[in-house]
Unconditional design. Structure first.
Length: 454
């Protein structure tokens, strides 16, 4: 298409990209666009890149039935007449959400977390909950949020969009390094700044796959107490745990934890429904008290107004069909994803040898969607292109998940999107690619081996 046809004629206003907000030219944004574009260009390549759910699960979804189920609940359990129940679906709704009572019930039944429905805000995916939490908590330029390094792109991008400074904290095999977290808080204070909160995904982080053990969960809460932090707990992959550890929110005795959840992986991402549990008390200058959830809901009223009531009805109906339990709702999917992950790990072992001695060591999470693998050569966009074009396999370079410029020699493999035969075939292709193009002779990143988590 020529420039004129593309609307780029000289008569039209032209904006300098540098005049827009800096987050738009962030390398992370570019790299995600690049990956999508490579996937489009090589449709036959097997892609370990997306953390999206397996699409075979969509076949059995029946949106009309879930909505009907939710309407029946409004009529039968909440005492609404049919017209009012229907209106609830079509009208604007409260910023706090419509299905808070159902989410509170699921948290109580599944997690032993006892919170009032008013302490929950139903958000447009977990992403909106992240944005709102950062917006509400970070009042001044001096406020910081600590995150595990490598970090989930959702938190890194949200912080960038809001000009919130992140403090990267290294990870070990068990997740965020708590000694370094404590030190970061001390360092921030010495620089007249404050770490207000720490963001963690304790159950199988994206992208590293790490999981915080029980003792580390207690220690994290101790660090939060000592350094006056809130903990933003992202539970996106928690449902995949075979032996769930108590969530940070369930262990929280002093109200340090704001839990951020999503229905994207267990129901469907297209509904765009997530939530924030924020039962902390806010004290106003005149002594009046309200919930942190009230402040989050106020901020939401200027962002997305309310989460689609139709989407909330779908998610509400799905929960109701499973006795109000998210764990029941996700049980079969959890088994599926664990099998896919095991297959991915087994296939890597069959093709690449022992993860501890292989030139391409990888970790072995017990849940979640992701495995990280170290390569002896930098894994960048050019290498992804070669991998897709010549070997028919795609993966995600991890360099853009690192906030400090490290991690150039790592790739993330996701098992969630693929069928089992695709995983098997994809690993065979990946092994060919690694042997040909990522040979150990060019070793450059031996200083930071991938931790092998058994
Ligand atoms: C760590 C983490 N949190 C949350 C989400 C889901 O966010 P959303 O509900 O906005 O789709 C994802 C999805 O990739 C994720 O990896």
């Amino acid at each position: 298409m020529d420039e004129q046809a593309a609307g780029l004629s000289s008569h039209r206003v032209e904006l300098a990209e540098v005049s827009l907000h800096g987050s738009l030219t962030d390398p992370v944004v570019d790299s995600m666009n690049f990956l999508n574009e490579v996937m489009d260009r090589y449709p036959d390549a097997i892609s370990f890149a997306p953390g999206a759910p397996y699409e075979g699960f969509f076949d059995s979804l029946d949106i009309a039935r879930y909505i009907e189920r939710y309407l029946a609940y409004l009529r039968d359990e909440r005492g609404l007449d049919a017209a009012r129940a229907r209106r609830m679906l079509f009208q604007y709704g409260p910023s706090r959400g419509r299905i808070n009572e159902l989410v509170a019930r699921a948290l109580r039944v599944d997690e032993g977390i006892d919170v009032a429905p008013e302490a929950i805000v139903v958000t447009v995916g977990c992403q909106e909950a992240l944005v709102l939490a950062l917006r509400v908590l970070c009042a001044s330029r001096a406020d910081r949020v600590a995150v595990a390094n490598p970090a989930y792109v959702g938190i890194a991008g949200a912080a960038r969009l809001l000009d919130v400074r992140l403090v990267p904290v290294g990870e070990d095999a068990d997740g965020i390094d708590l000694g370094r977290l404590a030190q970061s808080c001390v360092d921030a204070r010495a620089a007249n700044a404050a770490v207000r909160a720490v963001y963690v995904a304790p159950d199988f982080a994206n992208p590293s796959g790490t999981r915080l053990g029980l003792a580390a969960r207690h220690r994290l809460l101790d660090v939060a107490e000592r350094h006056d932090l809130l903990v933003l707990e992202d539970t996106a992959y928690r449902f995949t745990a075979e032996d769930p550890l108590p969530s940070l929110k369930a262990l929280d005795r002093t109200g340090r934890v704001v839990q951020l959840g999503t229905f994207a992986k267990v129901c469907m991402p297209g509904a765009r429904v997530g939530y924030a549990v924020a039962d902390q008390t806010l004290r106003a200058a005149d002594g009046r008290r309200r919930l942190l959830a009230d402040a989050i809901a106020s901020a939401k009223s200027y962002l997305t107004v309310n989460t689609s009531p139709l989407s909330q009805a779908v998610i509400g109906g799905m929960l109701l069909e499973h006795g109000g339990s998210l764990r029941e709702l996700s049980r079969a999917k959890a088994v599926w994803y664990r099998r896919s992950l095991r297959l991915l790990l087994d296939a890597l072992g069959r093709h690449l040898g022992d993860p501890g001695t292989s030139p391409w060591p990888w970790n072995a999470p017990e849940g979640g969607f992701f495995v990280q693998l170290a390569t002896p050569v930098p894994a960048d966009g050019d290498l992804v292109e070669v991998s897709a074009r010549e070997y028919g396999v795609l993966w995600t370079p991890m360099r853009d998940f690192y906030l400090d410029g490290t991690g150039a020699n790592r790739i993330r493999l996701s098992c969630s999107y693929l069928t089992r035969p695709q995983i098997e075939e994809g690993v065979a292709r990946l092994a060919g690619f690694l042997r040909d193009r990522c040979r150990p002779a060019a070793v450059t990143d031996r200083a930071t081996p991938v931790p092998v988590v058994r």
